[in-house]
Design a binder for this molecule. Sequence first.
Ligand code: NOJ
Length: 553
Amino acid sequence: MTTQQIERKWWHNAVVYQIYPRSFMDANNDGIGDLKGIISKLDYLHQLGINVIWLSPVFKSPMDDNGYDISDYQDIAAEFGTLEEMDELIAAAKQRNIHIIMDLVVNHSSDEHPWFIEARKSTDNPYRDYYVWRKPLADGSAPSDFHSYFGGSGWEFDELTGEYYFHQFSKKQPDLNWENPKVQQEVHDMMNWWLDRGIGGFRMDVIDLIGKVVDQKIMANGPHLHTLLQEMNKATFGRRDVLTVGETWSVTPEIAKLYSDPARNELSMVFQFEHITITFDPVEGKWKPRPFSLVEFKNVISKWQTELSDQGWNSLFWNNHDLPRAVSKYGDPGKYRIQSAKMLATALHFLKGTPYIYQGEEIGMTNVRFESIEDYQDIESINLYHERIAAGVSHQEMMQGIYENGRDNARTPMQWNGSANGGFSQSSPWLKVNPNYGEINVELALEDKDSIFYHYQQLIALRKQREVMVYGDYQPLFEQHPQVFAYQRTLGDEQLVVICNFSGQVVELSLTDEICGLYGECLISNYRPVSELGRTLNLQPYESFVIDVSSSL
Ligand code: NOJ
């Protein structure tokens, strides 16, 4: 099947905006963002032009991992609001043609979920098998050496029944046992309950882990994973026209096709992280960043663009609530912040797939550097800080890792204006605001017609107007160039050339015969518009532009 024959879906030309509710907008001034706050900003999002919101979890939760530990899937956390307000948000978003997709966190629940409270009561409790319990080894130790992603053993001993339960994340996030059909049924019922309330789909948290076979130490990509998803699809969203996106750190292009080939009835698309993990140390992971290589980065992007061109669908993102800010990671948060943020936006939005914008990205928010670990709130950074310091890593080295890749970089409150706390809240926020809110905020962005915000607005509008941006084939250009990321998109006789300087230097680029001499309308740029491709191009720091060269072919 060729690209042009792919069955059109509404989410193909959609642009998704991710909201991290705790940090978006605080309407009741308790220092924590809330649903009313989100409702108050829907006009802003409508102005930006997005048509889907991915809402990070708002469910009832003890907030050990900021809501990724759910104690009631069918209620809203009191600090975020009420179910009525959630209905109000869904309806108010719908009026602006915005779909809300909810975060489905079902690899694990909270240890305060009634299922787990029951399960831990006795070995023959009807809910016992909702979770993964094992007896201690002969010497009393944990059943395996599995290390949790948030530090420490992945097994927690429970005094009352003398057994261990399994948790891949914190000990307050016990893993659900997906081998139990009752768990599957409960989750399907809950999903239908939300779909009936009018939501537009699900983002599925670490969905590649639900097929785990703990005794064989298989966590990701378990043997029944795809069957479980096909059953979920059939029992829930398969009958509805919604967007589903799986979070899958372990995915390869071959596996991505299994998830997202429409013929297989699983998901719309998945998030792959290969372009992210290439900047992590192979052994020490995110805490020991590896230098960024554009050539390697482009290889990864091109691989995914090419592999999923006719089968499956890509999701496109540079950052989210678990990752550092894009402009700090791949651009220049200082002198060329505006140029580099626009360049990154252009580079991403002209790729094939569905783009995701993380809150604040559209105004070029940056990473934060707090002096003390005490100022951090993220369970992962805090636990790993203590674990690694105890293992001999220096404070400085660990803080460097946190500055580069820690999750709180993305979680500092949204910067709405230059007033106290960036206009996020009138009380002291749950996590300190980035001190640069005076220069970087929404109010300033909206007043300046050359701001990053309007660049995003233009990109989103273009995606709605130009089929070639959505369905065109991708061909990389200058693959070995260490500073320039460039590619073409082609659909029938339409062709776009995208040129992005990923560096803070002026680059003199000699053009190959393939594109030399082409000209046409400049669709977007971050310096002066460029409409002709001569023998050489003199690219300014972080310069980017796109030319529709169709008429010159
Ligand atoms: C992935 C989520 O994005 C992250 O924030 C969370 O901590 C883990 N899954 C556990 O749910």
